[in-house]
Write a protein that binds this ligand. Sequence first.
Ligand code: HEC
Ligand code: HEC
Length: 278
Amino acid sequence: MKILISIVTISFFFGQFVFADFNQAESLMKKSDCLACHSKTQKIVGPSFEEISKKYKNEKNASTQLTQSVIKGSQGKWGAIPMPPHPTLNEKDAQTMIEGILSLANTEENSKKKEKNEPEASTFDPTTVTQVDIEKGQFYFEGRLRFQNRGPSCIACHHVKNDAVIGGGILAKDLTSVFSRLGGRGVQAILGQPPFAVMEQAYLDHPLTPDEIYALVAFLNDADQKHLYQTPKDYGAGLVLSGVFGAIVLMVFFLFIGARRKRFSVNQDIFKRQIKSQ
Ligand code: HEC
Ligand code: HEC
C-alpha cells in the first residue's frame, strides 16, 4: 500500500514538473507558429491561452482533445476563423504545449487565493528586491548615505541586529523583526507618515522619498529574515569581562615591577662595596 501511495505521489509530482509548466510550453510554441495567432492574455486571431484554459478547466480529456485540435486543425468552436492544422508537430510537443496552456487556469486560481490570504503582496514584493536595494537601505539606516531631505538616520534612535551594522540607539524599538510584525505595507506606512510623536517630529520637515522608503523596507525585510543567523550585538557582559581581565593583567604587571623595585630600590652591590671600603 505504501509503495502504491508513493508511486502515485511521485508520478503526480513528476507529472506536474513535466507538463504543467506554461514557460516550458511557451518556449516550445516560440519555435512553432502559435504565438503569431495566440497570446497568453489577449485574443489575437485565436483565443487567448487563459480563455482556452478556463473553457476546458473541468473537462476530463481536455488534454488529448486539444492536442488533436492543434495537430488536425480546429474550426467553429471559437468563431468563424479556423485554426490551420499542424501535421508536422510531434504529438509529445503538442501535448506539452497544451498542458502548459491548461495549467494557466490553476495558477490563476491559486494567485486569486493567495491574494485573499495576503493582501500585502501587492505593495512590497520581496521577490523583486535586489541586493542593491537592501544595501542602499542599510546605508540609509546607518547614515552612511544621507537622506535627500536631510532627515536623521534611523540608527540615531533604532537598532537592528545585523552583522554589517554597528549597534544603534536604544531610544526606540529594536527594528530587527518589525517586518514580521507589521508587514511591508505597515512599515511603508510608518515611514511615509510616522505615527509616533518623536519620529514624526524628526521627519516633519525632512520627509523620506518613496525610493528611500522602498530601500529601507527592503533592508528591514532582509534583516528580519536573516536575524536568526546573526551574532547578537550584546556588548554588555563582554565589555565588563574584558575590563576586569585587563585590570587584573595590569595589577599583576605592576605588582611584579613593584616587587622588584622594593627589593632592589637600593643597589645592594654598591651599598655593600661602600660599607666594605669604609
Ligand atoms: C493562423 C492562426 C493560428 C495559429 C498559427 C495557431 N492557432 Fe490555435 N487557434 C486559432 C484559431 C482561429 C482558433 C479557434 C478555432 C475554433 O474556433 O475552433 C484556435 C484555437 C486553438 C485552441 C483551442 C482549440 C479548441 O479545440 O478549442 C488551442 C489549444 C490552440 N489554438 C493552440 C494552438 C497552438 C499550440 C498553436 C501552435 C502549434 C496554434 N494554436 C497555432 C488560430 C491559430
Ligand atoms: C528621533 C528618533 C527616531 C528616528 C531618527 C527614527 N525613529 Fe523610528 N521610532 C521612533 C520612536 C520613538 C518610535 C515609537 C515606537 C517605540 O519605539 O516604542 C519609532 C517607531 C518606529 C517603527 C515602528 C516600530 C514598531 O514596532 O511599532 C518603525 C518601523 C520605525 N520607527 C522605523 C524607523 C526608520 C526606518 C527610521 C529611519 C528612516 C526611523 N524609524 C527613524 C524614533 C525614531
